[in-house]
Design a protein around this ligand. Structure first.
Ligand code: ZN
Length: 421
């Protein structure tokens, strides 16, 4: 329950009216006093202070001992008592709805509400300012990616940033991320961000709190593209749990049978370290040794490319980025030879692909190309009018060699896992 009981003065009651006061009680939460910054007692009635300048106002909660309930009127904004609310609380939560829809819910303002006066009547306007960033109140606004919104995954912390002219103007985060949540994040290219002041995100919530709030237009929605920090992209021993060693063992056997190459301890140890986020050893390997050691890691991640029913999984597949056509051919040949036995599909990005080729390219378990080809392919899926939702998410692991790392650019930040070898 939000603040069910508020201390108000007669001026505030007269100007705001009973309806808006009821709305404020449902959208303000007594966490910390906006004068002293300390918490409210459980049964305490907070005092409501409204500060108005012309047709805008803010309403804030205070201990009754810190500030009595009152209406403050300042002729200009520089004469305000409160210019800022340093004690204001926000809370965020990742909610996994039915299916695999993941929503980053934020209550951006617990103890402070913005009000606006339209044709003489005050109304609640806390979420209005987010319209400027393309966030709307319709359900469909939640699936339209906005350039000003982004989700940054950094180790086990996830942040939503709103940027304006290149500067971050709002930022909220959740931490830690459970493996299940991270998996759901990795299988998507973007997340829905939902802002509301009508929920306390630290309390138990209804199973799907959104439908009702969207209907009542008490939520602002937008979609944010996901980007990863380098730290979050490190390969991890936990990616495949106990099956990791078994899968690597099988791959060694396949390499022996198909290529006649015995994977020795050095190559295996380098691959093991690489698959645990440490590429030092594998970068020191040369030529065929490096290819073989890296192939073990590629085969490992390609194993998670499909669903249980053998369909291309959202967020699955390995993208191998080579320096030039000769490099691409090397990776393609070695991966194709082992794929004969494993059944994994390998594809090389076409120089000038047709739409039909685009339809299949990113669905392969292992895709090989130059960074420029990957950039073009991804741009195509992102910008073309067709339904490329699945293609856009593909590529769980990007593997690239040191020499081409600088050519990959921003594209690399969209991959959940990256190995530079
Ligand atoms: Zn106080």
């Amino acid at each position: 329950m939000a603040v069910s009981r508020l201390l108000t003065d007669s001026t505030t009651r007269a100007r705001l009216g009973p309806e808006l006061l009821a709305e404020l009680r449902a959208n303000l939460w007594a966490v910390d006093c906006q004068t002293c910054g300390r918490g409210f007692g459980r049964w305490e009635r907070p005092a409501l202070t409204v500060q108005a300048t012309a047709d805008t106002a803010d309403a804030s909660l205070h201990h009754r001992g810190c500030r009595s309930p009152q209406w403050l009127e300042s002729p200009t904004s520089d004469r305000r008592v409160f210019t800022d609310f340093p004690h204001a609380t926000w809370r965020a939560k990742l909610v996994l709805l039915t299916g695999s829809t993941l929503v980053f819910l934020v209550n951006p303002s617990y103890e402070v509400a913005q009000l606006r006066r339209d044709s003489g009547r005050w109304r609640l306007a806390t979420l209005d300012r987010f319209a400027a960033y393309g966030m709307g109140t319709d359900l469909f606004d939640g699936v339209i990616a906005q350039p000003s919104l982004s989700v940054v995954v950094d180790e086990d912390r996830m942040s939503v940033h709103i940027t304006d002219k290149g500067a971050v103007v709002h930022s909220w985060h959740v931490s830690p991320l459970s493996p299940g949540i991270r998996e759901a994040v990795d299988a998507k290219e973007w997340l829905t961000v939902g802002l509301t002041t009508s929920l306390d995100l630290h309390r138990r919530m209804p199973r799907n709190p959104m439908a009702k709030l969207i209907k009542a237009r008490r939520m602002r929605l937008g979609a944010a593209r996901t980007v990863y920090t380098q730290q979050a992209q490190l390969l991890s021993e936990t990616d495949f749990g106990k099956t990791r060693l078994k899968l690597l063992g099988v791959s060694c056997e396949v390499i022996w049978r198909q290529l006649g190459i015995k994977v020795d301890d050095d190559l295996l140890i380098a691959a093991l370290a690489c698959s645990a986020g440490n590429s030092e050893m594998i970068t020191r390997l040369r030529d065929r040794d490096k290819l073989v050691s890296a192939l073990l890691v590629i085969m490992l991640y390609a194993a998670a490319s499909r669903t249980a029913s053998e369909q291309p999984a959202h967020g699955g597949g390995v993208h191998v980025m080579a320096a030039d056509a000769a490099g691409v051919a090397q990776w393609f040949d070695i991966a194709t030879a082992t794929a004969e036995l494993t059944g994994q599909t390998v594809i090389r990005l076409a120089a000038e692909p047709t739409v039909e080729q685009r339809r299949t390219e990113y669905l392969a378990d292992i895709v090989v190309g130059t960074p420029e080809q990957f950039r073009a392919a991804y741009a195509f899926y992102r910008d073309d009018d067709g339904d490329w939702g699945l293609h856009e998410t593909r590529g769980n692991l990007a593997m690239t060699v040191l020499e081409v790392q600088h050519r990959v650019g921003e594209l690399i930040r969209r991959y959940p896992r990256v190995a530079v070898i």
